[in-house]
Design a protein around this ligand. Structure first.
Ligand code: KIV
Length: 325
């Protein structure tokens, strides 16, 4: 029996009415439609390919909670990544190795509630995909089923290609991540720029091609020389998203807290501070403290008042009590 989508007629245009579609975010107007400009459409993995073909730079930022997700989504950023960088930015861990599936899921769910248009990516944390392929599939599925993620991100190139194929076979789009992969911090001996000699460049190119062939939705290129990122970007059909990889990538990603000076440490070379939220928030918090101490807050206009009749009645009762004393 054919399923009709009466609630979301716009969906019929794309599917010929042959299947039901539940749009994430629930708004029929977000469904991809060729008569709507790209910047108004729900971003999907196909949008990324289309942007690469058009040489239109792709934007991506991390977000970790409902408020930051709404701000980033409503600003028109195309991809939102719930990065495992939340281990440091939100949870105060020393590196990304400690963050768990449950902690990641908690944040993915919060971000999901704030995102309507952007493509939502969730980072698979360390230990959730390295040990066993079946576990990896189960964990990837949790991000989609419980968290509402549309893409999962996995660090590693050639050596992860087989696993990535299996996850894609399970209908879950995957983002690759090569170069400086923070989950390999102990193997790399620190957060060091990768791909600086000929054999390392060759390996990076093999990694990128393996991910491209596996069918990933995009490849994050982190901490590699501009020249190498440019070569990879020209070689693969998959959109590349750079972070510390120069301007020739198909898109750029930054960590929300880096962008806003919320990291309590100097940024890496590639970080550009677009705002100083630490100063703004610090100033507001200090002003609140000072106002409370000096009885400037709350003012009468910031207080609730009794209705006139109740106030008059209360005054009568109090006057009687005073008279009886
Ligand atoms: O965890 C993260 O924020 C990331 C980005 C830096 C790409 O992986």
């Amino acid at each position: 029996m054919k399923m009709r989508n009466r609630l979301y007629p716009a969906c019929r245009r794309g599917t010929g009415g042959k299947m039901s579609i539940t749009p994430i975010g629930g708004r029929p107007q977000d469904e991809p439609r060729s008569d709507r400009p790209l910047f108004l459409q729900k971003v999907t993995t196909s949008t990324l390919r289309e942007l690469k073909l058009r040489h239109e730079p792709i934007t991506c930022l991390t977000a970790y909670d409902y408020a930051s997700a709404r701000i980033v989504d409503e600003a028109g950023i195309e991809m939102i990544l719930v990065g495992d960088s939340l281990a440091q930015t939100i949870l105060g861990y020393e590196n990304t190795l400690s963050v768990t599936m449950d902690e990641m899921l908690h944040h993915v769910k919060a971000v999901r509630r704030g995102v309507k248009r952007a493509l939502l990516l969730a980072d698979m944390p360390y230990g959730s995909y390295q040990l066993d392929d079946n576990d990896a599939l189960r964990n990837a599925t949790r991000f989609v089923k419980e968290g509402g993620a549309e893409v999962v991100k996995i660090e590693g190139g050639e050596k992860r290609a087989e696993l990535i194929r299996r996850i894609i076979d399970a209908e879950i789009p995957v983002a690759g991540h090569i170069g400086l992969t923070p989950q390999s911090v102990n193997v790399m001996g620190g957060y060091k720029v990768q791909g600086k000699n000929l054999s390392a460049i060759e390996q990076l190119m093999r990694d990128a091609v393996a991910l491209d062939r596996a069918g990933v939705a995009c490849i994050v290129l982190e901490g590699i020389p501009r020249e190498v990122a440019a070569m990879i970007t020209a070689e693969v059909a998959t959109p590349t998203i750079g972070i510390g990889a120069g301007p020739e990538c198909d898109g750029q990603v930054l960590v929300f807290h880096d962008l806003l000076n919320l990291t309590f440490a100097p940024g890496a070379k590639f970080v550009r501070r677009y705002g100083d939220a630490a100063a703004l928030i610090g100033q507001a918090v200090r002003a609140f403290g000072a106002d409370v101490k000096s009885l400037q807050y709350p003012a009468d206009e910031e207080s609730y008042h009794l209705p006139k009749e109740t106030k008059a009645g209360l005054e009568t009762v109090l006057a009687r009590k005073r008279a009886m004393r």
